[in-house]
Design a protein around this ligand. Structure first.
Ligand SMILES: [Zn+2]
Length: 63
């Protein structure tokens, strides 16, 4: 399962993993990454609640 090295504060909602990391501008970003094989969905959010909402509403193409 893909995991970014610099993730911390990782939590999981369904197949989606949420981790906090810093982008290359030094800002804290909350990334939501689907861990399902062949899905590949991931997205960065500026707030944790936005990432959690996206994780809850993510509709995985892969079952
Ligand atoms: Zn997915």
């Amino acid at each position: 399962m893909p995991a970014r090295d610099h993730f911390h504060s990782v939590m999981r909602i369904g197949p989606v993993q949420i981790g906090t990391h810093r982008d290359r501008h030094g800002r804290t970003q909350h990334a939501a990454v689907c861990t399902a094989d062949r899905c590949g969905w991931s997205s960065d959010f500026s707030s944790r609640s936005a990432a959690q909402l996206a994780a809850r509403t993510h509709r995985c193409k892969v079952r």
